[in-house]
Design a binder for this molecule. Structure first.
Ligand code: F6R
Length: 370
């Protein structure tokens, strides 16, 4: 079943590249135009959408948060991302022009299901992004865009996360296409970049595993971890921290790097491990330089700094004790690779601690109670 891997999680992390390529497969015509006929929502309805609210829990909500940056940039409509259990108990503003996107690997998460029921009662359309054919969430939604990550057995979500980002990006590009907020060529360009991502993820798996394993060993007795990111690196930081909590049982928290000086920097003491997601130096210069200042600040206070950075970015060498490298890629697509070393790192920590990697204590794969 595990096909020679030590755990399902190990197997599933190594299926990240396939999860991305399978989720892209068959969603374009010969000219590279996006074709989402499978969702059965009229193009006209999509054209009218003036707001998106993503509802999801845990890892799926972080995929939504990543997508917010891309969709707002591409489609120029507001995208809110809300934890499903919070969404339901306030009085969210929902209209027929609001598209609610429910993201769920299992399709059975009760909190997410209740949120989408509420949205539909209020007259909004719900599109599910789901990995499990025929599960409850897609059945109760107006439409579904499936992720094709394949069955995910390990409790901690890995390949489903990258597939959720891809599916949400396809939705964003599709909206841009029908609303005409982007040129066809721009869309095609991004699609080409997306198609190159599996290979980049594979590169991380093939070349970074040793450094990651060594670092996990070195960090085994750490009591807590801080993860910092900016822009799309922020949800990646949240996801990296969640993975460590779940399977290594290590207290860890992700912060928006800009928040550091508003409080969290007080936590940074000598030896505190801080994982920093460094954006591409070839992208927006301000993002890169701001993130470099953050790593510099924590380093100055004695933190043990772990950077996730782009190959060839020599500027991190001054501040990072260890670097997990990733290949060059556009900023908006970088979460698809940046999360991979963090998945491996959490798994390595869990194994070293002799935890049950696939079945962490107190957790269930699908949370079917509210
Ligand atoms: C994290 C994890 C959980 C799930 C969350 C939502 O590794 O597995 O945070 O992401 O319970 O589950 P789904 O996606 O099945 O709705």
């Amino acid at each position: 079943e595990k096909g020679g891997w030590d755990s399902y999680m190990d197997k599933e992390i190594h299926e990240d590249p396939a999860a991305v390529s399978e989720t892209l497969l068959g969603r374009f015509d010969a000219k590279g135009t996006l074709n989402l006929d499978e969702v059965h929502i009229d193009e006209d309805v999509f054209r009218q959408v003036d707001k998106i609210i993503v509802v999801a829990c845990g890892t799926a909500s972080y995929a939504g948060l990543v997508a917010k940056y891309a969709i707002e940039h591409w489609v120029r409509i507001p995208v809110e991302v809300e934890l499903a259990h919070e969404f339901r108990y306030r009085d969210p503003i929902l209209t027929p022009r609001t598209l609610v996107v429910a993201i769920s690997q299992s399709g059975e998460t009760m909190d997410t299901l209740m949120a989408l029921r509420h949205a539909r009662e209020q007259g909004s359309r719900v599109l599910a992004i789901c990995n499990t054919q025929g599960s409850t969430i897609p059945r109760e939604s107006d439409a579904v865009l499936y992720t094709h990550a394949g069955p995910e057995i390990a409790v901690a979500s890995t390949k489903a996360f990258v597939a959720q980002i891809v599916a949400a990006y396809l939705l964003g590009l599709y909206l841009a296409q029908v609303k005409g907020t982007m040129f066809r060529d721009e869309i095609r360009h991004i699609v080409t970049d997306l198609k190159a991502m599996p290979e980049k993820i594979q590169w991380v798996l093939d070349t970074q595993a040793d450094t990651i394993a060594k670092t996990a060993k070195q960090m085994l007795n750490a009591h807590s971890f801080i993860f910092l990111g900016r822009h799309v690196g922020y949800p990646v930081a949240l996801e990296g921290a969640l993975k460590l909590k779940e399977i290594a049982y290590t207290f860890s928290e992700g912060f928006a790097a800009g928040e550091l000086k508003h409080g969290p920097i007080a936590l940074v003491d000598a030896g505190e491990p801080v994982v920093c997601i460094i954006p591409s130096p070839r992208g927006r210069a301000v993002l890169h330089s701001k993130m470099l200042s953050s790593i510099e600040e924590v380093k100055a206070r004695g933190a043990f700094t772990i950077a996730v950075a782009e190959e060839g970015d020599e500027s991190v060498a001054n501040y990072a004790d260890v670097t997990f490298w990733r290949p060059q890629c556009p900023t908006l697509l970088s979460p698809l690779v940046d999360v991979v070393p963090l998945q491996l790192f959490a798994m390595d920590m869990s194994v070293l601690k002799k935890n049950d990697v696939d079945k962490p204590r107190n957790l269930a794969k699908s949370v079917t109670v509210e």
